[in-house]
Write a protein that binds this ligand. Structure first.
Ligand code: FES
Length: 104
């Protein structure tokens, strides 16, 4: 597994704790979910629909959809575009993207 290290950034030093798969993960204010998970070496963000293989953030700019996660019970969130907030609950997205019905 590739490991990432944070660069010093004194302007973003406030610590935030959120949950990933029920475990606490420490992030910095301004992190996206994908950034925080990479910095914590938390592993895959989702598994594929066909083989179930593990996937993780790749483009970090909303193009590849490899970072799909469930955030506070809402599936299909792109981890690279969602800012971490205190107490947020994030889970891996398993299998295909979830199709949501339109609200009446
Ligand atoms: S990492 Fe590519 S869309 Fe999020």
């Amino acid at each position: 597994m590739m490991r990432f290290a944070r660069l010093p950034n004194p302007g973003r030093s406030r610590r935030i704790v959120f949950q990933f798969e029920g475990e606490p993960i420490e992030a910095q204010e301004g992190d996206t979910v994908a950034t925080a998970l990479l910095a914590a070496s938390a592993g895959a963000t989702r598994t594929t629909a066909v083989s179930g293989s593990a996937r993780g953030a790749y483009c970090m700019m909303g193009v590849c959809f490899e970072c799909l996660v469930e955030v506070d019970g809402i599936p299909n969130r792109q981890g690279c575009l969602v800012a971490v907030t205190e107490g947020m609950s994030v889970r891996r997205q398993a299998g295909p993207a979830v199709v949501l019905e339109d609200a009446p």
